[in-house]
Design a protein around this ligand. Structure first.
Ligand code: PGA
Length: 252
């Protein structure tokens, strides 16, 4: 870990219903005082953002969206949700460029950067996701691919920016990279952020994502250059997600 405050973000993806928001009070109970030492963000599907905020009440948990439109102004964009609307509903973060959107919906680095810029314009902190595929890693191109994604999909202004390194092959399965592989790519991301933003790049938190769970979180979060985690499946149950929050360095 660097000196940055750890950030643990939970990405519900397209899982759950309103009833699942009951996990939030449990998360607050189970994490307790750690919420002052670790920043925690829950990213439910857009229709539940406002209700998530209500369940959080005065606790120090932030809410994030999972995507936003690249268009900031109100416009004829059926089905799109703007960053300003997410903010209005109570979000303060938004995930952009998740690999599921890049691969299933063809989102490009350029589109992701526009979304990150729209997030900034609305006062949301973008969590920009990057990561190589299995084939790219096998070709020895992981570092090159990730550096290029960071260069092309991060916003013009680094204010509030978070980057999540999520190797595509580690998401949704049971494989994670070795500690050395994670440290190496986090170093690549940090170098690219410094190149792009100068000193301001040092304040950008770099999360690891991809099969983080209650068992492996402590080891992953202790890796040099890892400033937190972006968690998928293991964020859906308060017991697992709180264990990950409590595994962050300095949480207890
Ligand atoms: P996972 O998903 O933790 O279920 O592997 C992580 C992500 O896609 O953000």
């Amino acid at each position: 870990m660097s000196g940055l405050k750890p950030l643990i973000a939970g990405n519900w993806k397209m899982h759950g219903r309103r009833a699942n928001l009951e996990e939030i009070p449990a998360l607050i109970r189970e994490t307790g005082a750690a919420l002052s030492r670790v920043e925690v963000v829950v990213c439910p599907p857009a229709p539940y953002i406002e209700a998530a905020r209500a369940h959080i009440g005065g606790a120090a948990i932030a809410v994030g969206g999972q995507d936003c439109s690249p268009v900031s102004a109100d416009a004829a964009r059926t089905g799109e949700v703007s960053a300003g609307m997410l903010r209005d509903a109570g979000a303060s973060f938004v995930i952009v460029g998740h690999s599921e959107r890049r691969s299933l919906l063809g989102e490009t680095d350029d589109l992701v950067r526009q979304k990150a810029n729209a997030a900034n314009a609305a006062g949301l902190a973008p969590i920009v996701c990057v990561g190589e595929t299995q084939a790219q890693r096998a070709d020895g191109k992981a570092a090159e691919v990730v550096a290029a994604q960071v260069a092309a999909s991060t916003p013009d202004d680094p204010a509030g920016l978070v980057v999540a390194y999520e190797p595509v092959w580690a998401i949704g399965g049971d494989r994670t990279p070795t500690a050395e592989e994670i440290a190496e790519i986090h170093g690549v991301v940090r170098a690219e952020l410094s190149r792009r933003y100068g000193k301001a790049g040092e304040a950008v938190r770099i999360l690891y994502g991809g099969s983080v769970n209650a068992k492996n979180a402590k080891e992953i979060l202790a890796i040099d250059g890892v400033d937190g985690a972006l968690v998928g499946r293991a964020c859906l149950k308060a017991a697992d997600f709180s264990a990950i929050v409590l595994a962050a360095p300095g949480a207890r």
